[in-house]
Design a protein around this ligand. Structure first.
Ligand code: SAM
Length: 298
């Protein structure tokens, strides 16, 4: 950056500009998904200054607002009154009011209401300002131990099994890491349908109750995760993100593992060969062991 540019930016007093709210603007404000400390300074400032906070559930959000000492007027905006409330909020914005949209948790619009308001707001030329923060999908992905260079967010799989299998089917060959929100009531059925579609060896990261007391993050294959969730009823409680690794280039991985195993097993015992191949390739230990036995008995 040139010295000229730098002095221009300094003159703008960014810390002041970042914390002020502007009239006629819709702020999309992320809120915590469990730990109340996970809110940005800017979010607190915006929520305290806007004319109205449109909240998915005003009573639920009141707990956060009271915790933050914020007394801004709240208004309910949820999937059941979205159609009716959207024109009203757009009128308020056009008349110069500033509004913050929040959901019960995380980033609004991400499997939460708001799409209609933002879409129509754009049509009317209303300024949209995201105030970024927590999103369960991204929090889970960052800790998943699966590829992050390319991923898709798939939202909630359908509740009914037939529709769910149809929903997963086109994703079977998807090479990108896939992020799903899963209701705890359907976690076992959903994991079983994932296994039917993606196969027993596909790795998943099970991320439950993120940022809360019973936060659990485990990476396993689908054949490992199902019995684990079945035998531990705590894993069927709370809020869950399931991240599924993309379809690998099986032939390359398999060939590489086979090559290493053949060379090593010619000189070393199976157990030691498997341990070295796991270190060399980062592949799942059980998978490599199974393959070693197959090769040995072939
Ligand atoms: N807008 C939110 C966001 O930014 O993540 C998501 C709202 S969606 C209605 C709720 C789903 O998000 C839950 O069913 C769960 O899949 C996921 N979720 C929310 N909070 C979570 C948490 N603390 N731990 C794990 N998953 C969570």
């Amino acid at each position: 950056m040139s010295i000229d540019n730098q002095s221009e930016i300094n003159q703008q007093k960014p810390e002041q500009q970042e914390l002020d709210v502007s009239p006629g603007t819709l702020y999309l404000v992320a809120t915590p998904i469990g730990n109340l400390a996970d809110i940005t300074l800017r979010a607190v400032s915006v929520l305290g200054q806007v004319d109205i906070i449109a909240a998915e559930d005003t009573r639920h959000s009141q707990r956060l607002l009271s915790h933050l000492g914020i007394k801004t007027r709240t208004l309910a905006y949820h999937e059941h009154n979205e159609e009716r409330m959207t024109p009203r909020l757009l009128d308020d914005l056009e008349s110069g009011k500033s509004i913050a949209l929040i959901s019960d948790a995380g980033t609004p619009l991400i499997s939460d209401p708001g799409y209609r308001l933002v879409m129509r707001g754009h049509d009317k030329g209303i300024r949209m300002v995201p105030v970024p923060g927590v999103c369960a999908a991204i929090a889970a992905l960052s800790a998943a131990g699966l590829a992050t260079d390319s991923f898709t967010f798939e939202g909630f799989p359908p509740a009914r099994q037939g529709s769910r299998l149809q929903f997963f089917e086109p994703l079977a060959e998807q090479k990108r890491t896939m992020i799903f929100y899963v209701s705890c009531h359907r976690i076992i059925d959903t994991l079983k349908d994932m296994q039917t579609t993606f196969g027993t060896d596909r790795r998943v990261t099970f991320a439950r109750e993120l940022t809360k007391t019973f936060e659990t993050i485990k990476r396993m294959t689908l054949s490992e995760v199902i019995p684990w969730v079945e035998t531990d009823e705590n894993q069927r409680k709370g809020e869950i993100v399931v991240i599924v690794e993309g379809a690998g280039d099986d032939t390359t991985d398999r060939t590489q593992v086979d090559d290493y195993l053949s060379i090593l097993m010619a000189e070393l015992p199976v157990k030691q060969s498997v341990s070295l191949v796991v270190k060399l390739t980062g592949e799942n230990k059980n998978d490599v062991y199974k393959r070693a036995l197959e090769l040995k008995n072939a």
